[in-house]
Ligand binder design. Sequence first.
Ligand code: IMP
Ligand code: MG
Length: 178
Amino acid sequence: MAEKIGVLISEADVDKRVAEMGAKISEDYAGKEVHLICVLKGGVFFMCELAKRITIPVSLDFMSVSSYGNETSSSGVVKLSKDLDENLEGKDVIVVEDIVDSGRTLSYLLELFEQRNPKSLRLCTLLDKPSRRVVKDLKVDYCGFAIPDHFVVGYGLDYAQKYRNLPYIGIVEETVDN
Ligand code: IMP
Ligand code: MG
């Protein structure tokens, strides 16, 4: 089986938007430091590119979660498989995600991080599928692109662990037999 991948957002457009987001964060947090938290594995490409575009001091940490669901939707039951290495006390924290879909994963994580007393806590996502939202009160502070309800891959996003390394955002268009 092989999938055909169409381009939804080109590499040039993603790069341009990530640069804008980095500039906006640098401006909003001018004179401060930001602590970026990457949600593995999907968020890793975006976080690295974003961090390179931020001009104020940046520190990084990683967290790994998996949700008990099938491949294309999350169940809302989140399993923490790697916690952060550092505490969040007094830090200006930005959680960096690849995509917000139902919002269940982020809603769980933001609640968890809030209990660790950061000075501030914001959410930054490359992609958002607002039409799929289940957690209606989830606040997305920085969003790269709002997209329609397609299953997308690339720039960290996977389909059965494949396609994370695509430098653009693609859509899985069809499955064909080899
Ligand atoms: P949520 O808890 O439903 O918001 O799910 C968020 C997580 O589901 C993301 O961090 C992704 O890992 C995964 N996900 C949601 N939509 C897509 C998609 O279109 N492509 C790849 N992964 C997705
Ligand atoms: Mg993710």
